[in-house]
Design a binder for this molecule. Sequence first.
Ligand code: C2E
Ligand code: MG
Ligand code: MG
Length: 752
Amino acid sequence: MPTPPKKSTRSREEGRRSTRRKSPASPIQGKEFNYVLQLNGEDALLLDRYQDILAQGAAGFAETSYNYLFDNPDIADVMYAYERSGGNIGELVRGMLQHKLSLLKGQFDEKATVRSEQVGRAHYRLGVKPVWSLGAYRLFMEHLRRLVASDPQIADEDRDALESALIKMIFRDMAVMTEAYWRTAVEQIREQRDELGVEQDLASEILGHIPQMLWTVDIETNRISYASPGTRGFCDRELEAPIPCFYRINGAERERVLTAWQQVIDGQPVQLEVRVAPDEQSERWYRMAFYPAANRRGRVLRVHCLMEDITDSHTDRERLEQLSTQDEVTGLANRALWYDRLSSALAVARRNPGASVAVMVLDINQFKMYNDSLGHEAGDELLRQIAARLQKVLRDTDTLARLGGDEFGIVLPLLQDTGRAVERVVGEIINSLSAPFSYRGKELCLSSAIGISVYPQHGEDAGTLASHADSAMYRSKWNAAPYLFYESESSTASATRHLQFSGQLHGALEREEFELFYQPKIDLGSDTICGAEALLRWQHPQQGLVLPKQFIPVAEQLGMITPITDWVLDTALEDSKHWSADGSQMPISVNVSARSFQAPGLVQGIEQSLKKAGLDGRCLEIEITEGTLMADLDEGARILRKLSELGVLIAIDDFGTGYSSLSYLKRLPIDVLKIDQSFLENMVNSPKDAAIVRSIIELGHNLECKVIAEGVEDEAVRVQLKDLGCDLVQGFHISKPLPDAGFRDWLSKAAG
Ligand code: C2E
Ligand code: MG
Ligand code: MG
């Protein structure tokens, strides 16, 4: 029967005491055994009459018993343990013998029951198994049967009845002893369960009373495996994984929570402060802390989460921060002063109809990498150089501040033609940061992600505008866009999608949810196919086909891109082997993202994939973007040279959208330039765009590269590209990317 629920208000001491106060165990009813075994007065009389005769040979039997104990190694171990704990084996055997002899007296009252019961309980405590006792009973039985059969002092007509009485006595003893053994085991389990219950009550009591919320997320299933009572109380909806109260978090803060979540799945404990609305009216500051629990191989299996209200200490700290206004590293305004200036600019704008204010948050993309690899001193120096360049671009009336870490804030007050003015400033900022920085003779390349919000379109007050610029910055990071304006609903939707993906991407490889699509490349001179690009797709169990732009940035953040790249390489090379009937092999292009490119072991991975497929380096082309290459030019050049030594072809993807240093490109072993599709959009109608395409083609040829245009959607563009001297084309006009089987069909149709 289930025990009634305990009150959780019970104190620990009370709990302990109550488990010690054992309810008296109901005694074993010897009568029941006598009834079942039909033990009666005649048996008692018979045993009483012959007890002295049956007790003969007790010494010999003691020796047999002793040997039995020590012949069985398992029993012997228990005996030695008993001896080590201060027990006396001689006495134990004597006690056993005494007990067996007492059975011969023909006493089967409750006193005898108690004796048998004590034996069973003692056996349980010593660790003597019932089956071992069975062996001892068998020996005893055989010893007695021999006596009953052969002793001349026993009357022949009594022998059968005596043997039957003895068997019943032994059965009785065995059964009572086993029942007692079993009862002791059950009592002990109950005791342990009660103890555990007390501990559990206590834990629930603590968790129910502390103001913090705690929950645990299982990463494999993306489910909440534990939520404290406080967490459940805080959310009036069903708990949603991984952040149960995500809908209560201020919309502008959600991107930051998302980034923190990515980090913790990556294995780093994270803390952050966010604004949360516990109810409709109020908004308070909460500290969120995520702690990863990883297995021995470093894979995060669970994340333990904590959330607590820190509004009071946050307000105190803000007040303290307001007292100082300068950032020590760069000498720029700090966050507090920036906020102040923003508030003043807004006050002025409110009095000037038509005026607006732009707010920018700028985050340096590769800063953490340099800070970690070159040290904090280098990091500080970089920040000072960045600050100096930014300051040059801005006017005196603008405010530039360091908001913390590698984050800068800018306020552009009183703008009239906002859109154009902001784009001009952003363009200059990006330009100013595109030239390499230098630290102790080393050239370092950086890029930034910029988020922009504008008064009055995106918000009325400083707090809202600042957090909207912040969330636009995160979105620009995710989308690998150099800058983005704030967009109202998208941030929440994309934050939620990223959160969901981050849980499900783990294991997508093992679940074989990835698939490669292939898109042909056509030689404009001969009008024949000369290669194909492998494009990754994720068959998401709920959302169907997911495109790479949606999940590759998440996979990169989660540190999962390298195994994915390995899989793409292996699969693309293997598939491409089966494409041509005559065994001729066309090169297959594989995209390598920035993280994969920078990860150690890329070259060996490629070498291994080629070896596995039994293919030559010439059968593979690697596509990397300019940004990937420019992040660390020296290292990038080294990797490209190694790949080139393997015979692997190298293409620069999305060419024209980055900030390549042309003089540097000249020195790299590049085989192909891929003109970004954005240049083709208006090429037919815009002579300016056509001129850009022409100059990229000329540049490519001067660098001794082939030039391919991607995103060719109609015949007019194809014809114009051919006229401009472009070598190859790729795009929907020729074929959309197709799954392996569809691509093979396309090939055979194209050939026939
Ligand atoms: P990308 O390497 O520049 O690939 C070209 C993209 O343009 C592909 O999008 C392709 O489907 C699309 N496209 C091709 N022809 C046309 C056209 O005529 N019109 C238009 N509008 N689009 C066209 P997709 O497959 O969504 O891939 C997007 C990006 O994701 C790729 O850009 C590449 O950077 C990345 N990616 C794809 N597969 C992989 C992969 O296996 N690994 C990595 N790291 N990145 C990948
Ligand atoms: Mg590509
Ligand atoms: Mg491209």
